[in-house]
Design a binder for this molecule. Sequence first.
Ligand code: HEC
Length: 292
Amino acid sequence: MDMSYFEFAQARYGVTAFNTANPTDVFPVGSTVLKASWRVVTPGENTTGMYTTTADIAKLVNNPISGGNVLASKELISGVEVALIGMHVVSVLVDHPEFAWATFELASNSPNLPEGMSPSSSDPVSDKSSTFYAAGTPANQCNVLADGVHVTVDEETQICSPITQVFREFEFGGASSDRAADIRQVNADFHEQLPSHAVNDSRLDAVFAAYHLVGTVWQNAGTLRPGLNEMDKTAVGSVDLMNSTMETFVQGKGSSCFSCHNTAGNEESKGIPYQAANFGTSHILLGPFFGD
Ligand code: HEC
């Protein structure tokens, strides 16, 4: 996050600070926050076209409770090579205190669901394999949360079973065709120009040309207020925006970032109540209410 996001969030962080802040306060213009997804690189794998780094990650272990799912242990595996596969980039623009919600992915993560194919179709999504998709897997066997299925891990290789096959339901987050054309153009320009700019600017890394914008979703100017729990219904732009690596299981028509990031409070529900507030779109600020 940048400093303006940090300072605004810090002043409202915690159960009391959040609930006593003015609910109509908004993050200042320019406030920016990112969330990234990574995967472990297979030893010997060619990582051209991916941003990689090393990380210390929690070791996955089998649940000692019979039938229980895999757990992240306290033990860290250090120096693991990981590749960036997805990134959410969220910023407050002038007149848009709800933030503009954008997401980026590697095209090679997963295939796009072909236009006109139902997510519940028994037809294969693609005859080509992707990182998270095995060629020929029918649509209705993808994006399925192993609900009630016992997920285990080979503690040696850290590979879980069963593996979820993934498709990207909306190539451009459900944007209308003219907006999809804009997204295509932005990507083409970025991919073409970044490498030459990177040669002369040490702050830029040409490898990011491999990542492309799926889409951006926002609200009409002047409409943000506390207590909006259906912001996905009033969304503008890529109204079905999801990242196939981060929102794999919740992709669907009419669902977007705003299905979870909104200004509704939870006075009605169990748990620690939090007030309806414009800044409730930030899940960092909601963390303390969920024990984070
Ligand atoms: C199913 C609910 C859900 C959806 C849909 C969702 N998010 Fe989130 N998001 C979360 C939760 C929960 C967190 C808190 C951190 C975590 O658990 O990773 C979060 C955290 C974030 C963060 C870090 C800052 C913050 O608010 O905590 C960003 C940025 C973000 N999401 C962007 C997006 C974007 C962009 C989309 C749409 C493409 C999206 N999210 C869709 C639930 C969701």
